[in-house]
Design a protein around this ligand. Structure first.
Ligand SMILES: Nc1nc2c(ncn2[C@@H]2O[C@H](COP(=O)(O)OP(=O)(O)O)[C@@H](O)[C@H]2O)c(=O)[nH]1
Ligand SMILES: [Mg+2]
Ligand SMILES: [Zn+2]
Length: 395
């Protein structure tokens, strides 16, 4: 397949430029089909759809196959089927319905006879859907990945970048979408001392939802000698975190799919290269002036971890606004949210109001002040966006 055939004209650059999509057969990180598992529900759906569509088209069922979207390059899906890896476009019916897919979606494709592109004719229902609110209308959501089990939240430990708020909101979104979540702390070598690392991890443990694993990593130890790195490792383990590449492997066992989320420049591609054991993914230098990453990663793609699970590499997210994730808040902080319905005032912000059941529970030592603070910040933001859109929900 030639790269030249599949090009897209980039219109909003001012001048039109032809950008070639990567040649699929050259990509080393794509998982084997055997590692991808549709759910029984998805398999049944695909079987029924294929039978119906083939009948309607007057062709044999054999022309269709169930496949998984393993990449999106500038929005163009690549689908992996049992016997083929191919670019695919939507059938005219799906195009008219403005159908889109995300990495991880299971789709029914008509396999090409003469030309090398498949045609997506149906998209299977998702088991999980990780999506973010794009602002404006509640329905305006961008699906980041489909059918993932876990969200790995990449957070750089450099002082300039570290944000509890960003970690907390990512966890909220993950839990709300039916995924589990772990925090991957990157660039441990940039922490001032092992004590500081231990303090950071202990603070995170006190503030975040239970069952959130913390993995401290240093994918590029240029800035530190090995003795210092081993001190950092001890500090991380003392604080209850796991360490390094092994820690990430253990968080993504065989049979599972995780997505690595984090700001551009957080060190995701560098970490993935370490996990792969080779430099397959392009990494980007951080601009010195403001530390902001250049958007080097344009593709969303699955990366196969030999002997372990699969990670989806997601280009940096600039923002993760929260709206309508109140279920996630209740899942992350059940010990707090169970009191909100007992407050005297329906619109209680749990700050200063009389008859506040949440503050009463705090005084009784039912949960820590750290956790309440994170909860209140998330609830405040959600309340503000909810007020605009859906005034009936309590947080
Ligand atoms: N000091 C240090 N720098 C790192 C580490 N990991 C990544 N970087 C640097 O951070 C920058 C962004 O990394 P990249 O992997 O492209 O981030 P991505 O945008 O999240 O994929 C690059 O300049 C990397 O060299 C680390 O463990 N320590
Ligand atoms: Mg990257
Ligand atoms: Zn209250």
């Amino acid at each position: 397949m030639s790269a030249k055939k599949h090009t897209k004209t980039i219109k909003n650059t001012g001048k039109a430029a032809e950008v070639a999509l990567p040649v699929l057969s050259k990509l080393e990180e794509i998982p084997p089909f055997e590692k991808l598992h549709p759910s029984p529900k998805q398999m049944e759906y695909a079987k029924e759809e294929i039978t119906q569509i083939a009948k309607h088209e007057g062709v044999s069922d054999d022309e269709y196959s169930l496949g998984c979207v393993v990449r999106l390059d500038r929005g163009f899906p690549a689908v992996l089927c049992k016997h083929a890896l191919l670019r695919a476009e939507f059938s005219s019916t799906l195009s008219k319905a403005k159908q889109t897919v995300a990495v991880g979606d299971w789709v029914c494709v008509r396999l090409p006879h003469t030309h090398d592109k498949g045609v997506i004719v149906a998209v299977c229902p998702r088991e999980t859907e990780l999506s973010r609110w794009k602002g404006g209308n509640r329905a305006l959501r961008q699906v980041l990945a489909a059918n993932v089990d876990k969200v790995l939240i990449a957070q750089s430990l450099s002082d300039r970048d570290f944000s509890l708020d960003r970690i907390a909101r990512s966890i909220l979104v993950a839990l709300d979408c039916g995924c589990s979540a772990d925090v991957v702390l990157t660039k441990c070598d940039l922490v001032k001392s092992p004590e500081k690392l231990q303090e950071r991890i202990e603070f995170l443990k006190a503030s975040l939802a239970d069952n959130i694993g913390i993995i401290a990593t240093c994918a590029q130890g240029n800035n530190a000698d090995s003795h210092y790195i081993s001190e950092l490792k001890d500090a991380a383990i003392n604080a209850g975190a796991s360490w390094g590449i092994e820690g990430v492997y253990n968080a993504v066992p065989k049979g599972t799919i995780a997505i690595l989320l984090g700001e551009s420049g957080a060190g995701k591609s560098t970490l993935l290269n370490r996990l792969l054991g080779k430099e397959v993914l392009e990494t980007g230098a951080v601009r010195d002036r403001d530390g902001a990453g250049r958007h080097t990663t344009v593709a969303r793609r699955m990366v196969n971890l030999e002997g372990h699970g699969i990670i989806i590499d997601e280009p940096g997210l600039r923002s993760l606004p929260i709206l309508g994730h109140e279920h996630g808040l209740a899942l992350a902080y059940p010990e707090i949210s169970k009191y909100v319905h007992d407050c005297k005032f329906r619109d209680c912000t749990h700050n200063h109001e009389p008859g506040c059941a949440v503050r009463h529970a705090l005084e009784e030592g039912k949960f820590s002040r750290e956790r309440l603070e994170v909860y209140l910040n998330l609830a405040k933001e959600m309340r503000e966006s909810l007020n605009v859109i859906d005034p009936d929900i309590l947080v």
